[in-house]
Design a protein around this ligand. Structure first.
Ligand SMILES: Nc1ncnc2c1ncn2[C@@H]1O[C@H](COP(=O)(O)OP(=O)(O)O)[C@@H](O)[C@H]1O
Ligand SMILES: Cc1cn([C@H]2C[C@H](O)[C@@H](COP(=O)(O)O)O2)c(=O)[nH]c1=O
Ligand SMILES: [Zn+2]
Length: 199
């Protein structure tokens, strides 16, 4: 029996900084181009670290991208015949992107979104938890802990500045394992303390 394979899906690539999310996104983009698919690549304009108009990895791998400030701008650039939509740094994009991504995937578009699942406090970052919940495929990558060399699933902010958003690279962040990661106010630990004191 012939089974029609539908193409639309949402793939999410997550993990801490330096875990290879951008490299993996670029790898998938290049393969889709080899497969002669129409690919459009987007990134938030906020992230101007290495290149304003390219997805760029810490290892200097790059692929040209359209920098957008929000979902409205992304929609303005989206071509109706695009088969693959790739987004980097999805944690910086706004919530109105979620129904757009769902709609694209339902219409047969392959959407690939890379982003930080956790901020430097180890808390869910922006729209990433929603994307992870809605994804068909999830790839969670790990970096190398800069303190002990173990696998790292967290990001340590090395500069003292408040706020969830601070665009930067190795001058401001390090990959860390759970053990070596330090949080200024560890919500989880406090909760556990409260629970054990109460019992
Ligand atoms: N602590 C680290 N662990 C792993 N890779 C690192 C680390 N520090 C620097 N790198 C470099 O970062 C590259 C991954 O960069 P990138 O794809 O931009 O990651 P991400 O998008 O997850 O931040 C690695 O191939 C390696 O060259
Ligand atoms: C942990 C953390 C990171 N950021 C910023 C720093 C970078 O500009 C990007 C992450 O880039 P990468 O491709 O994953 O290396 O996000 C931030 O604003 N807040 C944070 O807590
Ligand atoms: Zn460690």
């Amino acid at each position: 029996m012939f089974v029609h394979q539908r193409q639309g899906s949402l793939e999410v690539i997550c993990g801490p900084m330096f875990s290879g999310k951008s490299e993996e996104l670029i790898r998938r983009i290049k393969r889709a181009i080899i497969a002669k698919q129409k690919v459009q690549v987007f990134k938030p304009a906020l992230d101007d670290r290495y290149d304003v108009s390219a997805v760029a990895s810490h290892s200097q791998r790059k692929h040209e991208a359209i920098a957008v400030k929000d979902t409205t701008e992304l929609l303005r650039h989206l071509d109706p015949d695009t088969q693959v939509v790739a987004l980097d740094e999805a944690q910086f994009l706004d919530e109105s992107l979620i129904p757009i991504i769902e709609d694209l995937a339902n219409r047969g578009v392959r959407v690939i979104a890379g982003g930080l699942d956790q901020d430097s406090n180890g808390e869910p970052f922006g729209i990433m938890p929603i994307l992870l919940a809605k994804a068909d495929y999830v790839t969670k990558l790990q970096a190398i802990c800069m303190v002990c060399g173990a696998l790292a699933s967290r990001t340590q902010r090395m500069v003292h500045t408040g706020g969830q958003v601070l665009v930067g690279a190795a001058e401001a962040y390090e990959a860390r394992c759970r053990h070596c990661h330090e949080v200024p106010h560890p919500t989880g630990d406090r909760l556990l303390e409260d629970l054990t004191q109460g019992s």
